[in-house]
Write a protein that binds this ligand. Structure first.
Ligand SMILES: Nc1ncnc2c1ncn2[C@@H]1O[C@H](COP(=O)(O)OP(=O)(O)OP(=O)(O)O)[C@@H](O)[C@H]1O
Ligand SMILES: [Mg+2]
Length: 401
């Protein structure tokens, strides 16, 4: 479970306060610490609990609200203030910000805007929790990892599922996998999960989607990895639009530390959306001509959008299987160094897939799992170079030819 942000709100109007409360209660990452109906009492209420964010509605009495913001900025400078108002006029915004509010949102509140504002406020907070002296929240940005193949059967689902299960072993992580191979995906098979809901159900309910609803739509595997599978009926794949996926990813980002996208190989609009929203694109390849040629083609296509090309890292799968193409030749061909290598080890891979159990449970000591555990560390930013070097020499498989 990720850390929550403790929020206190003040809004004398029962109607708008209730609407705001409902939005906040639907958010996994929020704890509603206090609700107050009087501007006069709010400072006293929050001075005891020191919430992470104070939300001040301006609309019942703008003068009193602005005065309160100014007073709180002086007396409780550690509590960032989010001002909200249905009157999105420049004057109200300016006054609120000049008095010390750090963010401003117009009502009705759009969930994604609220999440972004709260994230910005969270980032700007000092790292000590003054209310009880406990160590500061360790909430970090979520990482969206898209796994893209350079041809069919290259190992995307194996990488996506086993990377997800490996990342989920860390109790600080909360990891979800979205199967974006909408017609033929098999992440559910690899995890032996019969999900109650799929991406199609989420798409059909997109307008009333909140974080709780969305989290309930994911099935949790005993490895800790959560899955949002592709639609059951192939024809339902067309229900899922780019804007649906955008919304789903934005909402899931707030409650999961890692989101893994197992993309299809068709460069469909949802694949492209996944690529755009990813922080890291793992392009899976093998040492064969078709795969390497497609890596070059994929890099050229992604290169048309600078922001995409910069996020790509090449993962070479099944290294050590019969091939007359050397690693050096592969790097020369694709014009980029290989980020990670995964050895060829057919048996545990095939058996774990057939049993629907990820490697971390099925064969934790096999070479592929060790490599993927190293990849999990690397994507979390842990000393890529040394981890890879150490593992390369241990396996003795990856000497450059
Ligand atoms: N490192 C590996 N060593 C041995 N076999 C592997 C390895 N990685 C994947 N495989 C095998 O390759 C086959 C294809 O893997 P996988 O389904 O993960 O690929 P994919 O790219 O998702 O395929 P698709 O194009 O169908 O989506 C599977 O049988 C899997 O067991
Ligand atoms: Mg696949």
């Amino acid at each position: 479970m990720r850390d929550v942000q403790r929020i206190a709100i003040v809004d004398p109007s029962d109607t708008t306060r209730e609407a705001l409360r409902n939005v906040l209660l639907g958010m996994e990452s929020i704890w509603l610490e206090a609700e107050c109906a009087r501007y006069e009492f709010f400072q006293e209420v929050i001075s005891q609990s020191i919430p992470d964010v104070a939300v001040v509605s301006l609309d019942s009495d703008q003068n009193k609200a602005i005065q309160l913001i100014g007073q709180m900025t002086t007396d409780l400078p550690e509590v960032p203030i989010l001002a909200i108002s249905a009157r999105g006029d420049g004057q109200a915004i300016l006054q609120a910000l000049r008095s010390g509010a750090r963010e401003f949102l117009t009502v009705p509140i759009v969930l994604e805007d609220l999440l972004k504002a709260l994230q910005r406020l969270h980032r700007g907070r000092p790292s000590a929790d003054r209310s009880n002296g406990v160590a500061a929240s360790t909430k970090t940005e979520s990482l969206v990892i898209a796994v893209l193949g350079s041809r069919g059967g290259v190992g995307c689902t194996s990488v996506a599922v086993n990377l997800g299960a490996s990342l989920a072993q860390d109790p600080r992580h909360n990891v979800a996998l979205i199967d974006l191979d909408l017609a033929l995906g098999d992440a559910d098979v690899a995890l032996d999960l019969m999900a109650d809901y799929t991406l199609a159900d989420v798409a059909l309910n997109i307008d009333r989607l909140d974080q709780q609803f969305l989290r309930r739509s994911l099935s949790k595997h005993e490895s800790g990895l959560s899955l949002l599978p592709h639609p059951v009926q192939m024809e339902d794949a067309s229900l899922i639009r780019e804007d649906h996926l955008q919304r789903v990813i934005n909402l899931l980002r707030a409650s999961y530390s890692h989101l893994i996208l197992d993309l299809s190989k068709s460069f469909s609009p949802t694949d492209v959306t996944g690529l755009r929203m990813a922080d890291l694109i793992l392009l899976v390849a093998q040492l064969d001509l078709t795969s390497l040629r497609n890596v070059v083609r994929t890099m050229a296509t992604l290169g048309n959008e600078e922001s995409l090309a910069n996020k790509v890292q090449i993962v070479l799968n099944r290294v050590g299987s019969e091939s007359d193409i050397s690693l050096k030749k592969a790097e020369e061909t694709v014009g980029k160094s290989i980020y990670w290598q995964i050895p060829n080890e057919p048996r545990p891979l095939a058996e774990s897939r057939n049993h629907g159990v990820p490697l971390v449970t099925f064969a934790p000591r096999c070479k592929v799992q060790q490599s993927i555990a190293g990849l999990a560390e690397a994507v979390c930013g842990k000393q890529l170079q040394s981890a890879q070097k150490e593992k390369s020499s241990r396996w003795g498989l990856f000497a450059r030819r």
